[in-house]
Design a protein around this ligand. Structure first.
Ligand code: SF4
Ligand code: SF4
Length: 66
């Protein structure tokens, strides 16, 4: 089991979609609720590109164990 950093979108997300359009790894999608976006950890390389795009700083660092 290894730990790996990934991006995570908090409930502060206002669903502006800016992050999804800059992710080169198809790792961001609209959440099922339709009220926010979410990261697909399996696809996220933690390149951090999305983090600089978020107007409300809703994208934070998270860790997954694989
Ligand atoms: S950190 Fe990079 S790979 Fe991960 S969701 Fe953001 S833009 Fe996509
Ligand atoms: S850029 Fe920020 S506010 Fe916009 S959809 Fe992504 S996480 Fe949500």
């Amino acid at each position: 089991m290894a730990k790996r950093k990934v991006a995570k979108i908090t409930n502060d997300c206002i669903n502006c979609m800016a992050c999804a359009s800059v992710c080169d790894f198809d790792a961001i999608r609209e959440a099922e609720s339709g009220e926010k976006h979410e990261v697909i950890p399996e696809n996220c390389t933690y390149c951090q590109t999305c983090m600089g795009m978020c107007p409300v700083s809703a994208i934070i660092e998270d860790t997954v164990t694989e």
